[in-house]
Design a protein around this ligand. Structure first.
Ligand code: NAP
Length: 257
């Protein structure tokens, strides 16, 4: 993956992964570091943060982990400034932090759950993209923004309506950012994972939905968090300089079946 002249070499780049201390974000942070990037992880849990910092340091590239709740709007600018002071100007932003509340549908979902889900996924993606894009434009550096979409960006969900609404909107925000930022050589894309084995989906795997998901996925299995790395490195790299506004499914064929 690395090596001089490789289209996918991220040496010298600075990447930020929100929610990079577990699951898909952790895999993406490690994949970006292995591809040569300096990586900053922004997430809440102090113990998990220390684990991922040790893993990133073992890869051998400069790394930083900051405690951050992406719903704490006042803290976002401080975190971005701290990353830039420590690692350098941000070249790659991965808006990955996420939650899901299995409320069972609109009839059960409280306004508080709705707000928290939209704030964590959609509003944080907007606010962090804005902060980082302003820095990229000011530095005339170009850059990459990668947002996490979902199969629920495409399909509706009777179980997790706020999550589905947030993920649908993230695809549209990705397209809008792509149009606006293209003249600044900033490419904005989304990755739409299919069903991936992480803490977020643990309850689903032990429910009757597990068999339905495997039956409905052409690959006939769940994906692993590591299987999101290839798309992440590609979309972060010079190899994707003419790719913008796209949503790339990594789903074992779920979205085409
Ligand atoms: P996960 O294992 O539950 O990890 C979620 C991550 O987000 C953790 O690192 C968590 O760290 C962080 N996080 C949550 N709320 C946060 C907040 N307010 N501020 C900062 N960090 C926060 O979930 P995952 O499955 O890896 O999901 C990662 C992304 O992929 C999410 O956007 C999710 O919607 C999307 N996705 C997942 C799947 C799947 O099948 N797993 C499918 C499609 C899309 P802390 O708790 O320490 O903050």
């Amino acid at each position: 993956m690395t090596g001089n002249g490789s289209l996918f070499d991220l040496s010298g780049r600075v990447a930020v992964v929100t929610g990079g201390n577990r699951g898909i974000g952790r895999a993406m942070a490690q994949g970006l570091a292995r591809a040569g990037a300096s990586v900053a992880v922004l997430a809440r849990n102090a113990e998990q943060n220390q684990l991922v910092l040790a893993e990133l340091k073992a890869i051998g590239k400069p790394a930083l982990v900051l405690p951050l709740d992406v719903t704490d709007r006042a803290a976002l600018a401080t975190a971005v400034a701290e990353v830039e002071r420590t690692l350098g100007g941000i070249d790659i932003l991965v808006n990955n932090a996420g939650i899901v509340a299995l409320t069972g549908g609109v009839l059960n979902e409280t306004a508080d759950i709705w707000d928290k889900t939209i704030e964590t996924h959609l509003n944080a993606t907007f606010l962090l993209s804005q902060l980082v894009a302003k820095s990229m434009v000011k530095r005339k550096s170009g850059g990459k923004i990668i947002n996490l979409a979902s199969m629920y960006s495409i399909f509706g969900s009777g179980l997790v309506p706020s999550y589905s609404a947030a993920k649908g909107a993230i695809v549209q925000l990705t397209k809008s950012l792509a149009i606006e930022l293209a003249p600044h050589n900033i490419q904005v894309n989304a990755i739409a994972p299919g069903w991936i084995e992480t803490d977020m989906t643990a309850a689903v795997r032990s429910s009757p939905m597990n068999d339905e998901i495997i039956a409905r996925t052409p690959a006939k299995r769940w994906g692993k968090a590591d299987e999101i790395i290839g798309a992440t490195v590609f979309l972060s790299s010079r190899g994707a300089d003419f790719v913008t506004g796209a949503t790339l499914p990594v789903d074992g064929g779920y979205s085409v079946y």
